[in-house]
Design a protein around this ligand. Structure first.
Ligand SMILES: NC(=O)c1ccc[n+]([C@@H]2O[C@H](COP(=O)([O-])OP(=O)(O)OC[C@H]3O[C@@H](n4cnc5c(N)ncnc54)[C@H](O)[C@@H]3O)[C@@H](O)[C@H]2O)c1
Length: 281
């Protein structure tokens, strides 16, 4: 793709943070934008901001854990905009805690949104993009998909998997000479509401509200908040995403600190040393 003018961008997790910033950036660059999220009130507020650029905007409640919801999103986008060009599989949640303190619900919720959301997005939209031989899929992973850090078990598992699936997607498109591109976004801390992810946890995956569990959840939230609040501006991340799509660049690393950590981890694999201890920064 060499322009976003009059193209169609679809963004999941668009009511807040990085997703909202990408939606605004695509609209500023001339694209019509479909905003999808479970947060319906947030979607309305987001749509107002995105529509300020003057392009067409649609919103749809969409829980990315479910394939039928991504298929319904695709069908609505095609019905209203004619097709889709850019898909940002961005919806995600943050969770944490020591491995022996996590519940099955923590794993199912995190993998359901962060990994199945990406799988469902690819499954729903890839055929459409390949058939028109034009478009780009951006999967939001994290630096947590490039190295493991303590207390981030489900999150790390989901993001490593998103990086892996994205590489597979890139290769499968390249092998058939497709004009459709793929990128994986691997930010370190960005100033969003990710520390408040519990606001969207579905009732059926709630944890028992014991004093220990509530205090552990509050501890994780405060810890993540302390680093996220100092994080990169989501608008800057969004600009890097748009640049990468136009340049057909696969890896989207946002922070200067990431390359050195990836190099240290790779060196440890090759030398047989234990993985370096690193917290995302
Ligand atoms: N903020 C960071 O420091 C950071 C770093 C690396 C990666 N990321 C990734 O960026 C992505 C966006 O997160 P953010 O930081 O903007 O957080 P955010 O909480 O501000 O935004 C996430 C959005 O996803 C939505 N969402 C949650 N569950 C959903 C579901 N089941 N279906 C559809 N939408 C759902 C939320 O309602 C929210 O609008 C996530 O994939 C996250 O893992 C964030």
């Amino acid at each position: 793709m060499d322009t976003f003018q009059d193209k169609v961008a679809v963004v999941t997790g668009a009511a807040s943070g990085i997703g909202l910033a990408m939606a605004k950036a695509f609209a500023s660059a001339g694209a019509n934008v479909a905003l999808a999220d479970v947060d319906v009130d947030g979607l309305d507020a987001a749509a107002e901001q995105v529509a300020a650029s003057g392009t067409s905007v649609l919103t749809q409640r969409c829980d990315v854990r479910f394939d039928t919801e991504l298929e319904a999103l695709r069908d609505r986008v095609v019905a209203e905009f004619g097709t889709a060009h850019v898909l940002c599989n961005n919806a995600g949640i943050g969770s944490g805690g020591p491995l022996d303190g996590l519940t099955r619900n923590d794993w199912e919720w995190t993998l359901g949104v962060n990994l199945w959301g990406v799988i469902n997005g690819i499954s729903a939209f890839l055929g459409l993009l390949k058939a028109q031989d034009e478009g780009h899929i951006v999967n939001t992973a994290s630096v947590a998909g490039l190295f493991g850090s303590p207390f981030m078990g489900p999150y790390t598992a989901s993001k490593f998997a998103v990086v892996g699936v994205s590489e597979v997607l890139h290769h499968e498109l390249a092998m058939v000479g497709s004009q459709v591109g793929a990128s994986v976004l691997c930010p370190s801390w960005v100033a969003t509401r990710i520390h408040e992810s519990e606001r969207t946890r579905p009732a059926e995956l709630a944890n028992p509200e014991t004093p220990e569990a509530l205090s552990a959840a509050a501890g994780i939230r405060d810890l993540i908040n302390s680093v996220v609040s100092e994080g990169m501006d989501p608008d800057d991340v969004a600009q890097l995403v748009l640049d990468a799509v136009l340049q057909r660049r696969f890896w989207i690393l946002t922070h200067d600190t990431t390359a050195a950590v990836v190099e240290r981890r790779t060196t440890s694999i090759l030398s047989g040393e234990a993985p370096p201890f690193v917290m995302p920064q």
